[in-house]
Design a protein around this ligand. Structure first.
Ligand code: PXL
Length: 265
């Protein structure tokens, strides 16, 4: 059988049983981009977009076994991390990825769309100490950037300095997503990359109630672009352009007085 040229990307993240975020969002996004997606499951999350009920971390040896067998046997072009539920899961991931030179996108998942905390302070510390130095790009939203910098970000005017400070601190690129800032007008995301800021202004698109996974999907789309060999600015620009169509074609269900939506991959 001839080999084919389909690029491969790996996501290391939590499995979301409601299939709107985490591993499931990443694999659907990879598929949409013509990428073969691999997954290493860091935890199993019992949740909907409206409630995080339980997070069960994968045994560290099981996380390590998934990573080792995949890296051994597949020509992986790019990797992304999502929810890593413990210090040990962060350190194990960082240790293994450090042994290989594969572009790495870190989505520093800390808080679910429900507002539930998904990580604790020690895990965030491991993320900054161990994983960010191995990353190519980190993609915080405003609350995550505030946690990384230990300062507040209150206006669009502060986005560029914040993206630069995170990028320079870890010697990586940083895409700071401004969507959490108040207001109804355009939204600004700022990419700090190779000592330059690049501004991405786009219209605010309201999301339906009860949706999650937009952050996972954006970082997976960037990872797909890098796996296809695109440069960072182009991969980010295309990923930002990819999201509105998924929001506009979102699915919504009502069941037992519970309204729930999912991006329309
Ligand atoms: O949206 C952040 C996120 C990431 N990864 C997993 C999740 C969530 C949110 O709930 O469950 C697995």
């Amino acid at each position: 059988m001839a080999t084919n040229e389909t690029p491969i990307a790996l996501t290391i993240a939590g499995a979301d049983c409601s299939a709107g975020a985490g591993i499931q969002a990443d694999l659907k996004t990879f598929l949409n981009h013509g990428i073969h997606g691999l997954s290493a499951i860091s935890c199993v999350v019992a949740e909907t977009p409206r409630e995080v009920r339980q997070i069960e971390p994968t045994e560290i040896s099981t996380l390590e076994a998934q990573l080792r067998i995949l890296i051994e046997h597949y020509p992986i072009c790019a990797v992304k991390t999502g929810l890593l539920p413990s210090v040990e899961s962060v350190r194990t991931t960082a240790k293994i990825l450090k042994e290989h030179q594969i572009p790495l996108v870190v989505d520093p998942v800390m808080i679910a769309s429900t507002g539930s905390n998904l990580t604790d302070g020690e895990t965030i510390h491991a993320l900054t100490n161990d994983l960010l130095p191995v990353a190519t790009l980190v993609t915080p939203n405003i609350p995550e950037a505030e946690a990384l910098l230990d300062r507040t970000i209150q206006s669009e005017g502060e986005l560029e300095a914040a993206a630069r400070d995170i990028g320079q601190r870890y010697d990586i690129s940083c895409l700071l997503k401004g969507g959490h800032l108040p207001g109804e007008g355009d939204r600004l995301d700022v990419l700090w990359h190779q000592d330059q800021a690049c501004h991405f202004q786009h219209p605010f698109i309201p999301t339906p109630a009860g949706i999650h996974g937009t952050g996972c999907t954006l970082s997976a789309a960037i990872t797909a672009g890098l796996a296809q060999g695109r440069d960072m600015r182009e991969a980010v620009a295309r990923a930002i352009d990819y999201l509105p169509q998924l929001i506009k074609s979102a699915h919504t269900w009502e069941h037992n007085n519970y309204r729930i939506s999912c991006l329309g991959w």
